[in-house]
Design a protein around this ligand. Structure first.
Ligand SMILES: NC(=O)c1ccc[n+]([C@@H]2O[C@H](COP(=O)([O-])OP(=O)(O)OC[C@H]3O[C@@H](n4cnc5c(N)ncnc54)[C@H](O)[C@@H]3O)[C@@H](O)[C@H]2O)c1
Length: 255
């Protein structure tokens, strides 16, 4: 699948990894629909110019994501939605039992699962239904879906029960989704980032960020959003990448 002249839906595109991916795909000649809850998505689409459209949408809403998929099909001028890079997500931290002995809040747990896991399924199902209608390209390919997991799916830390479980769900959907969508010529991949310099991570105190950077075997720094975007671009380009989760983490293993 080539980026040039194809149209991609990017969720979580107002910020961080999604914003960087939108920028890279436009620079490579693609068209992008930027979808995000935040209205900052409009300014980012304006910066990217004519090849992009912004749409406010919540990844947990069927109607709003269908509208984003429809916007991408329209922007494609007849070629259809070629790919999705699904970056929308939230981080959450809560202990099962806090210092005062209170149990964790169940609504907060549900919210993380809804956005990160159910939201991913929602985006996949609507995108895949649109892609299945595309004309087949080389090898019968019709589309590619790239989800965003996290190394917390494998190395969850204290307080990450909700976040780790949500991302482990994203990891484990990759293979069954890829197997099922193979008959439509749609690939499914996931990227599991380590620690990246994005607004999501900016809430961590400087000292903690430095300690995290020092614990990366190589390179000893946080990842840059464009490094995520470059991997997403390679996954789009390389038809043999399917049904797999790629850690992008400099070799870090969380304790
Ligand atoms: N930054 C990291 O170190 C890191 C590491 C591992 C995984 N991730 C994952 O990467 C993805 C992107 O994270 P980021 O670091 O770019 O964070 P970010 O906070 O910079 O961007 C996330 C974007 O998602 C949007 N969003 C949140 N909930 C949404 C919803 N319900 N519907 C639509 N949009 C919604 C936010 O408005 C925001 O613009 C997330 O899934 C995150 O869990 C990030």
């Amino acid at each position: 699948m080539q980026v040039k002249d194809n149209t991609f839906l990017i969720t979580g595109a107002a910020s961080g990894l999604g914003a960087a991916t939108a920028e890279r795909l436009v620079a490579a000649g693609g068209r992008v629909v930027l979808c995000d809850l935040s209205d900052a998505v409009e300014a980012h689409a304006e910066r990217l110019g004519e090849a992009s459209r912004a749409i406010r949408g919540d990844v947990t809403s069927g109607d709003e994501i269908q509208a984003a998929v429809d916007a991408a099909v329209e922007l494609s001028e007849g070629r259809g939605l070629a790919g999705v890079v699904h970056c929308a997500g939230v981080v959450s931290v809560a202990k099962l039992v806090d210092r005062e002995g209170n149990p964790a809040d169940l609504d907060a747990y549900n919210r993380t699962i809804q956005i990160n896991l159910v939201g991913t399924f929602n985006v996949m199902r609507l995108a895949a239904a649109a892609m299945a209608k595309n004309a087949a390209g080389e090898d019968g390919e019709r589309g590619v879906i790239i989800n965003t997991a996290s190394i917390a799916a494998f190395d969850g830390q204290v307080g990450q029960c909700a976040y780790s479980a949500s991302k482990a769900g994203v990891v484990s959907m990759s293979l069954p989704a890829a197997r099922e969508l193979s008959r439509h010529g749609v690939r499914v991949m996931a990227i599991a980032p380590g620690v990246f310099e994005t607004p999501m991570m900016s809430e961590i105190p400087d000292e903690a960020a430095q300690a995290l950077a020092a614990s990366v075997p190589f390179p000893k720094r946080l990842g840059k959003p464009d490094e995520f975007a470059r991997l997403a671009e390679q996954i789009i380009n390389n038809a043999m990448l399917n049904g797999e989760v790629i850690r992008l983490d400099g070799g870090i293993r969380m304790q």
